[in-house]
Write a protein that binds this ligand. Structure first.
Ligand code: NAP
Length: 293
């Protein structure tokens, strides 16, 4: 298929590369220069990438970025042809998603919100899991692209439901990671060997994909960004906004927001969202290490 891929960050670059590998004709665009994908045509603007595209796939930071890339000067919306599909893998506001989808629908363009889970490793491996919102028949047309980038697609309902689902998924990741980080900190303070604790966690009902993913990085003290803290904080705020709009209280997530606020103030915004462990360690006067006890 002819695809315009907009946004070549941690996730987007590997996703676009996997589309090229699968034989699709890909044009890429990124806001700042110097990011290219082998085998793809580099475009000077979202509109230029979009000319002649059957599908425009976006993977940018947040709601404002999606709005700019689509409707700003040189935006993709200026070059969209009737019958094209916009697929958005950025994590953004579900209500803004519905507004954007309505705007392009007037020109005969369909919208699929397709946020994903799996982080950097799954983006590189082409094994992302997508949660999609949109029309079943439109999703079916995107199948070859989903297959090139991921291993599963869950159709969650109409437009906006993919984004709503993504918020409830990241709500859990944030709370699970906070629990894991607090357990590691207290365990270390109490003299529990982390290397003995990890297999126990994964053998028990506490087991988690978050632990699978994050434990090796923590043991290496590698807090370089796979999922940057600033983006996790954005997602926590999106979930809290959605909760407020729908009159739902989320006291656990509010507490985690405070932790990430402090972490951002401490300069951790561009590190991985696992980095606030170091704040807990500092308060406890310990460091979580392999073979420390
Ligand atoms: P990233 O590495 O920070 O990349 C962000 C991308 O958005 C870059 O291409 C950036 O362009 C672009 N961008 C930001 N503001 C923009 C604007 N105003 N106009 C145009 N482009 C703009 O982020 P990422 O990790 O790839 O994440 C991308 C999206 O996927 C986010 O919504 C994130 O929440 C979601 N997501 C991430 C993960 C993960 O584990 N990393 C997992 C699931 C979902 P520049 O290069 O010019 O800055």
């Amino acid at each position: 298929m002819r695809v315009a891929f907009l946004g070549l960050g941690i996730m987007g670059r590997s996703m676009a590369a996997n589309l090229v590998k699968a034989g699709h004709e890909v044009a890429v665009w990124n806001r700042s220069g110097g990011k290219e994908v082998e085998g793809a045509r580099s475009a000077a603007s979202p509109a230029e990438a979009t000319t002649n595209a059957e599908v425009v796939w976006m993977c940018v930071s947040d709601t404002k970025a999606v709005e700019a890339v689509l409707f700003g000067p040189g935006g993709a919306a200026h070059a969209l042809a009737a019958g094209a599909i916009i697929a958005d893998s950025s994590t953004i506001s579900p209500s803004a998603t519905m507004r954007f989808a309505d705007r392009v629908k007037a020109g005969g363009v369909d919208w699929v919100d397709a946020p994903m889970t799996g982080s950097k490793i799954a983006a590189e491996a082409g094994s992302l899991i997508f949660m999609a919102g949109g029309d079943e028949a439109v999703l079916a047309r995107l199948q070859p692209l989903f297959q090139a980038m991921g291993k599963q697609v869950f159709h969650m309902g109409e437009t906006g439901k993919g984004q709503a689902t993504k918020l409830v998924m990241n709500l859990q990741i944030a709370l699970i990671y906070e629990g894991f980080a607090e357990a590691l900190t207290l365990g270390t303070k109490l003299g529990v060997d982390v290397e003995k604790l990890l297999p126990l966690i994964q053998a028990s009902m506490v087991r988690s994909g978050v632990v699978d993913y994050k434990a090796p990085f923590i043991l290496k003290r590698d807090f370089s960004p796979n999922f940057p803290l600033r983006l996790m904080l954005k997602d926590i705020r999106l979930a809290l906004d959605a909760a407020k709009e729908s009159r739902v209280r989320l006291p656990g997530l509010e507490a985690v927001e405070e932790v990430y606020d402090v972490a951002a103030e401490e300069g951790q915004q561009d590190l991985d969202y696992a980095a606030p462990l170091t704040l807990l360690e500092k308060l406890a006067g310990v460091e979580v290490k392999a073979g420390s006890n």
